[in-house]
Design a protein around this ligand. Structure first.
Ligand code: TXA
Ligand code: MG
Length: 330
């Protein structure tokens, strides 16, 4: 990819003046602000309409910067960083004592990531500091995976959107909590799987199962990442019965499926989805965002395969759904 230095410099000037800049990462677009400027961080929460008990991810340029933002860093963090950074994994570590509590929702823990997108990396290297960057969408909406989607979400709230085309991965990073002596905990699954993390660390890795913590961490909202059109997750076997039960002859349905559908009524628009998890993830949000503009009564997602590489996708489509008649992946 050819990086336009003019764009990087423009973004850099704005970040240094405490403004918001949206930037592409390999997962989704981020809404960036100088992570050491409390006024800039406040603008993120205002722009996203995000409650301040939702902590932010800080993006950094290299592993050396880890110790600026975190302390008591376990060896496992360096092992994972060496294997997966730059890349789509975020680590939760003990925060450095100087980190502003607004970034971390007043907890002692901080989320850190080195993204691999060349534009994000070029910006981070030029900035030479941390960039706070949640996904560049309004709170509880689908993350944007291209600049047009950022424009739709936050066009009037952000000083500049660095153009970077479509994101390669398409869903948000895997979040792994390494802050305790317990086995690492996946707080949000992504395209780097628990199995991959477990193999690299040679230890058991668990998924978070409930929390009594008062701070909201990744995806604790039941409905999150949702389009405006109601989404239903169904097994293919249930589709015909489901449509018959709806008995709304005028209603139109979009049906996303990796397998061709049986012949159905003209009420149904079939959207054939890729059969590999990586290709499916890449277009999932883009597809939902597009379908959301077409006045469908419902978006029906036919349950994709349930093997481990689909865990991140399952998490997102389950959260987007108001009604689920499909298998649990785990
Ligand atoms: O792929 C990604 O991770 C994207 C790109 C832009 O890097 N970022 C992203 O950020 O998805 P955001 O803020 O939309 O989601 C981060 C999640 C939030 O659900 C937040 O609650 C959680 O990470 N999080 C952040 N700091 C945390 C912490 N200290 N402890 C637990 N969860 C944390
Ligand atoms: Mg988000």
């Amino acid at each position: 990819m050819i990086i336009n230095l003019k764009n990087i410099n423009k973004a850099l000037d704005l970040l240094c003046s405490g403004e918001l800049v949206a930037f592409p990462t390999e997962t989704v677009y981020g809404l960036g602000a100088d992570a050491s400027n409390v006024h800039a961080i406040k603008k993120i929460f205002l722009a996203k309409e995000r409650p301040i008990n939702h902590p932010l991810i800080v993006h950094i340029a290299n592993i050396e910067q880890l110790s600026t933002w975190a302390q008591d860093i376990p060896e496992s963090a360096y092992v994972l960083a060496k294997e997966f950074w730059p890349g789509p994994i975020t680590m939760i570590l003990r925060k450095h004592k100087l980190v502003n509590p607004l970034l971390t929702a007043d907890q002692d823990l901080i989320a850190l990531r080195i993204p691999s997108h060349p534009i994000a990396l070029a910006l981070l290297k030029a900035f030479n500091g941390g960039i706070a960057g949640p996904s560049a969408n309004k709170f509880c909406r689908i993350s944007p995976t291209n600049e047009a989607a950022v424009q739709e979400e936050l066009g009037n709230k952000v000083s500049y959107i660095i153009p970077g085309g479509n994101c390669q991965i398409g869903i948000e990073s895997t979040i792994v909590d390494l802050s305790s002596d317990e086995p690492p905990v996946i707080l949000r699954p992504g395209m780097i799987t628990a199995e991959q993390i477990s193999a690299v660390l040679r230890t058991n890795v668990v998924y978070r199962s409930g929390s009594n913590n008062t701070t909201i961490s990744a995806g604790m909202h039941k409905i999150h990442y949702a389009p405006q059109t109601p989404v239903v997750l169904l097994n293919l076997d249930n589709l015909t019965t489901y449509l018959a039960q709806q008995s709304l002859p005028e209603a139109k349905y979009a049906v996303l499926s990796t397998d061709p559908l049986p012949t159905l009524s003209t009420q149904v628009s079939e959207v054939i989805m890729p059969t590999t998890a990586s290709s499916y993830a890449r277009i999932l949000y883009r597809t939902l965002r597009e379908l959301d503009k077409h006045n469908f009564h419902k978006i029906i997602i036919i349950a994709p395969p349930t093997t481990t590489e689909w865990t991140g996708i399952y998490d997102r489509i389950t959260r987007a759904s108001n009604n689920i008649i499909a298998p649990e992946i785990r």
